[in-house]
Write a protein that binds this ligand. Structure first.
Ligand SMILES: CC(=O)N[C@H]1[C@@H](OP(=O)(O)OP(=O)(O)OC[C@H]2O[C@@H](n3ccc(=O)[nH]c3=O)[C@H](O)[C@@H]2O)O[C@H](CO)[C@@H](O)[C@@H]1O[C@H](C)C(=O)N[C@@H](C)C(=O)N[C@H](CCC(=O)O)C(=O)O
Ligand SMILES: Nc1ncnc2c1ncn2[C@@H]1O[C@H](COP(=O)(O)OP(=O)(O)OP(=O)(O)O)[C@@H](O)[C@H]1O
Ligand SMILES: N[C@H](CCC[C@H](N)C(=O)O)C(=O)O
Ligand SMILES: [Mg+2]
Length: 487
């Protein structure tokens, strides 16, 4: 069993009461999970203050407490440690507990508003194809080489991250690709991890409910680069106006990629079709199954990262052309009558605009574009009218519907989306709260060769209302309706 002292290695302590030789069974940050001889870390959360649960944790068997403010009454036999930031302490403790697992593999973090899941998942696929043992921590799932685990967060809490990195060490994983969200950085879930490299995709409107301003959101993303060691690479998209901001204070080797600007890694789109696009990366051409300008950026970032991690350039190009679309990202289905249904995880204004612009560029005649879209409840409300505006401007018909309403009223969310529609587009808009009904209506209205975009939920296989999740799969549902209607 480890001692509190071992686990606290590297944590800055502001006060200690009791013995740090206390043995520790496991680390907990939720009093409801505490068992005998555990150390409880009290976190000031968004909803409640974990310090309120210190007594409960002790009743449940905790013998050590790590907190930001020592309780007024200290109990004999209990070890108390005061730290400046409990989130940070938790992350360092988690890494110590699991034997600093990030040091035993090459860990690459991907941050930015959009593209993290796509890039990490495809880097996983590419390195698997190249013959390595690989790990993945993503919005969709966690992979310890080929073993799959479900996940609840894009970037899990630090205990979970280190637990899986440790499992990866046990089976000899050499490379791990992980998504690093702004919530994750703000809550220091990745503190203490040793990264081999980090990638910045882009920055646009999201999560302004959590981060007070856009500048605060940007500066949170930058933390990933600020913490990189000197030998790591910091790979950034310089076509994005915040790309160079990420590089301002990093010690790592700065590397750039771009389609439009001067950069270390550059690509060009030569041809674009529904089934793929022809890209030129450096002096070589390659056929990518992933389409749209945004995926050209993703492919280029993957190419650059694989090169920086030591793979051979021609092999990377060959493997890039084999990569398949990630579940729920421009996942498409062609019906008997040639109606194309596309399911995409576009849940931000920028992603929705990119996807609709990509679709519009690919139209060859007078196909109509039907968009079914909603916005999640208990999330940034300010993106709702913006998404309503984009969807109604760039589609022939838009059906506003529910995403995951969570604890909010679905009709209220829809009203907020409708507020962004300009008067000349009113006639294009329908609102149908029930998402299944909304998809059905789009299928009924679509004629041969039309395009149906179902945006916002991508790979998700559920719909969440008031804490209850029902089975819901956009891709399955649209396929079933089109088949049932004989279209
Ligand atoms: C807003 C947010 O990020 N919340 C996360 C946060 O919860 P919180 O701060 O609300 O915690 P809290 O409920 O206030 O509790 C504070 C502390 O008291 C403890 N507690 C609480 C009750 C009790 O009886 N005993 C007890 O000890 C809690 O365990 C916690 O340590 O810390 C929790 C534990 O790590 C997370 O599960 C939780 O994620 C919630 C569920 C969530 O929805 N997060 C989303 C917004 C999120 O993180 N998304 C990002 C970004 C996705 C993207 O970029 O698109 C992600 O990485 O997934
Ligand atoms: N490089 C990119 N630039 C802009 N938009 C993108 C890019 N890549 C993907 N998208 C769009 O954003 C959506 C989400 O992509 P992806 O899941 O890869 O992003 P993410 O950063 O992981 O999102 P999340 O923060 O929700 O985990 C896609 O469905 C697509 O519409
Ligand atoms: N990671 C994002 C996903 C949003 C997906 C959308 N379907 C929703 O539920 O709002 C978030 O938690 O904000
Ligand atoms: Mg993601």
């Amino acid at each position: 069993m480890k001692s509190l002292k071992d686990i606290l290695y590297g944590v800055g302590l502001s006060a200690v009461s009791g013995s740090t030789s206390q043995s520790v069974n496991k680390i907990c940050f939720d009093s409801r999970e505490v068992g005998v001889e555990d150390v409880f870390v009290a976190i000031k959360g968004v909803l409640v203050d974990g310090h309120k649960f210190i007594d409960k944790a002790i009743d449940a068997g905790a013998r050590s407490i790590v907190c930001e403010t020592l309780p007024e009454k200290l109990i004999n036999g209990i070890s108390y440690v005061e730290v400046d930031n409990a989130y940070k302490a938790l992350s360092i403790m988690a890494s110590n507990y699991y034997g600093s697992p990030s040091k035993n593999l090459k860990l690459v973090g991907v941050t930015g508003t959009n593209g993290k899941t796509t890039i990490t998942t495809l880097l996983y696929q590419l390195f698997k194809k190249a013959g390595f043992k690989v790990g993945l921590l993503s919005t969709i799932k966690i992979l310890v080489d080929e073993k799959e685990f479900p996940t609840t967060h894009t970037t899990p809490d630090s205990l979970t991250i280190n637990k899986y990195l440790h499992l990866m060490n046990e089976v000899g994983v050499e490379f791990c690709f992980m998504e690093v969200s702004s919530h994750g950085l703000h809550q220091k879930r990745t503190e203490g991890l040793v990264f081999e490299g980090a990638i910045f995709t882009n920055l646009s409107h999201d999560h302004l409910d959590y981060h007070a301003t856009f500048a605060a959101y940007r500066d949170t993303k930058k933390i990933l680069f600020d913490g990189l060691p000197k030998r790591a690479f910091a790979l950034t998209n310089v076509d994005d106006k915040n790309g160079l901001v990420m590089m301002q204070n990093t010690k790592a080797r700065k590397v750039t990629y771009a389609l439009k600007s001067y950069a270390d890694y550059r690509a060009q789109i030569l041809e674009n079709q529904f089934d793929g696009q022809l890209l030129k990366i450096g002096d070589n051409e390659l056929w990518s199954k992933l389409i749209g300008d945004f995926n050209a950026y993703n492919m280029l970032a993957i190419y650059a990262a694989a090169d920086l991690l030591g793979l051979e350039k021609l092999e990377i190009l060959r493997l890039l052309s084999e990569l398949e679309n990630v579940a729920g990202r421009f996942q498409h289905y062609r019906s008997q009558e040639g109606i194309t249904a596309i399911v995409d995880y576009a849940h931000t204004p920028d992603a929705l605009k990119n996807v609709l612009e990509t679709i519009n560029k690919l139209r060859t005649g007078n196909e109509n574009v039907f968009t079914v879209v909603g916005c999640g409840g208990d999330r940034d409300k300010s993106k709702r009218p913006v998404m309503g505006h984009i969807a109604s401007t760039l589609s022939n018909t838009v059906i506003f519907t529910s995403d995951n309403p969570r604890t909010e009223s679905p009709s209220k969310i829809i009203e907020e989306m409708e507020a962004g529609v300009e008067p000349q587009n009113f006639k294009k808009v329908l609102s149908i709260e029930n998402r299944k009904q909304a998809i059905k209506t789009a299928c009924q209205l679509a004629r041969a060769k039309d395009i149906i975009l179902i945006a916002g939920k991508g790979h998700e296989t559920y719909q969440e209302t008031n804490g209850v999740r029902i089975d819901f799969d956009d891709f399955k549902i649209v396929g079933e309706f089109l088949t049932e209607m004989g279209k």
